[in-house]
Write a protein that binds this ligand. Structure first.
Ligand code: SF4
Length: 367
C-alpha cells in the first residue's frame, strides 16, 4: 500500500532569521530572505516571486509549501463587500476568516483556535468540540491570503481583528508572534492600533499583553455586569470575576493609552433590562471605555432570543444617559465582524466544495 509523503513545511513558519540562515547555507545572499519575507506577506506563490533567481525559486518549491492553509470554500455576502473564507489546516481541521470591505478601510476577522475552550452558551463556536491552538503561521497566513486577494482589487488590508474562532489570549504566544509579524514594516506593516485582540477575560494574560509595548486595541467580551449572570454567560468569569477583569482592562488602558472596547451581545430579557443598564453604567462610568452592543443573532439550539429593534434603542439610550460611549453594530458587522465566537466551521460534506455550495458555517454572534 502506498503511503502518502508528509506535506512540506510551510515557508511562512520560518522567522526572518531562519530564512536568512536557509539562504546562507545554500549560497544565496541574505537580502534574498527579505525579498521572500515581503512576498510571503503579499500571499505570493513561488512562481510569482519574479525578482528571485529561477534556481532559488525551484529550491524553495522543493523544500516548502508557501502557506500553511488551503482555501476549501468561499462565500460572498453584502453585495461582494464581505467575503467569508473556510480554510483547511494540517490535520484536516478547518477555520474561518472574514474580509470586510468599507469605503476607506478593509478589515479582516481571523481565527486563533480551532473551536474554543471557553464554551459561552450563546456562541456557536463554543458549542462545538475544542480542536487545537493555531500555530503562528496558520494565523498570519489568513492575513497574507486576504492581502493577496485585496491587492488584486487594488485594496490594502488595513485592520485585523482577532474575533474569529477561539479565545486569542488562550493561545498567547502564537497570537503575539502573529501580531508582531503583522506589524512588521517589512511585512504587512499594519499599525498596532488597527489590530484588535478580543478576550473573554483571561486576566493574567491581559496584564501581560499590556506590557508587550504594543498599543493594540483590546476588546473585552463583557455581556454582563454582575458576576452572577456573567458566570453563566461567560464561564471563565468564575475564575476571573468582574472586579479583577475590569482592573486588568484599566491597567491595559493605562499602559497603552488605548480605550478599551467592551463587547455586549444583547440577549432579549437576559441582559437588556434597566437593571443591566444600571449595573453596566456603574461598572464603566469614568473609565477609558467604549461599549459595543451586538444584537444577538440566533444560533440553532441556543436558548436565547434577539431583542426587538426598539429594545436595542432603549438599552442604548439608557447607557448613554449614564454617560457611556456606545455604538450598535450594524447588520453587516453582526454578520461578519462580531467578536470572537461568531463563526463555527463544520467539516464540509463530500462534494459541497465541488458543487460550490455555501460553506457550512453559521454566524452565531459575538461573545
Ligand atoms: S464567545 Fe468567544 S470565548 Fe466564548 S465560546 Fe465563543 S469564541 Fe469562545
Amino acid at each position: 500500500m502506498a503511503i502518502d509523503a508528509p506535506p512540506l513545511p510551510p515557508l511562512s513558519a520560518l522567522s526572518l532569521d531562519e530564512l536568512r540562515g536557509w539562504m546562507t547555507v545554500r549560497g544565496h545572499p541574505s537580502y534574498r530572505a527579505r525579498q521572500v519575507w515581503r512576498h510571503l506577506a503579499r500571499g505570493a506563490a513561488f512562481e510569482e516571486m519574479s525578482d528571485l533567481p529561477l534556481e532559488l525559486r525551484s529550491q524553495l518549491a522543493a523544500s516548502f509549501r508557501p502557506r500553511s492553509l488551503v482555501e476549501v470554500a468561499r462565500v460572498e455576502a453584502d453585495g461582494g463587500a464581505t467575503t467569508k473564507l473556510l480554510y483547511r489546516l494540517d490535520g484536516e481541521a478547518t477555520v474561518e476568516s472574514v474580509i470586510m470591505r468599507y469605503p476607506r478601510r478593509t478589515s479582516l476577522c481571523i481565527s486563533s483556535q480551532v473551536g474554543c475552550p471557553i464554551r459561552c452558551p450563546f456562541c456557536a463556536t463554543g458549542q462545538g468540540p475544542f480542536g487545537r491552538n493555531l500555530r503562528p503561521e496558520e494565523i498570519v497566513d489568513q492575513a497574507f491570503d486576504a492581502a493577496r486577494r485585496l491587492a488584486a482589487e487594488g485594496r490594502r488590508l488595513s485592520h485585523v481583528v482577532f474575533m474569529g474562532m477561539g479565545e486569542p489570549l488562550a493561545n498567547y504566544e502564537a497570537v503575539l508572534r502573529a501580531v508582531r509579524r503583522l506589524v512588521d514594516p517589512l511585512g504587512p506593516g499594519i499599525s498596532p492600533r488597527r489590530i484588535t485582540v478580543s478576550t473573554s477575560g483571561l486576566v493574567p494574560r491581559i496584564r501581560r499583553l499590556a506590557g508587550e509595548g504594543l498599543p493594540l486595541t483590546l476588546a473585552v467580551s463583557l455581556h454582563a455586569a454582575r458576576d452572577e449572570l456573567r458566570d453563566v454567560l461567560v464561564p471563565i468569569n468564575r475564575r476571573y470575576p468582574l472586579r479583577e477583569l475590569v482592573a486588568a482592562a484599566d491597567a491595559f488602558a493605562e499602559r497603552t493609552g488605548r480605550r478599551v472596547s467592551y463587547e455586549w451581545v444583547l440577549l432579549a430579557g437576559v441582559n437588556d433590562t434597566e437593571r443591566d443598564a444600571e449595573e453596566l453604567g456603574r461598572l464603566l462610568r469614568g473609565r477609558l471605555a467604549h461599549v459595543n452592543l451586538i444584537p444577538f443573532n440566533p444560533v440553532p439550539d441556543a436558548p436565547f432570543r434577539e431583542p426587538a429593534p426598539r429594545e436595542v434603542r432603549r438599552f442604548t439610550a439608557r447607557l448613554r444617559a449614564r454617560g457611556l460611549e456606545v455604538t450598535v453594530r450594524d447588520t453587516r458587522g453582526r454578520e461578519g465582524e462580531a467578536a470572537c465566537g461568531q463563526l463555527r466551521a463544520r467539516t464540509l460534506v463530500d462534494g459541497d466544495e465541488a458543487r460550490g455550495l455555501p460553506m457550512r458555517s453559521e454566524v452565531a454572534h459575538t461573545r
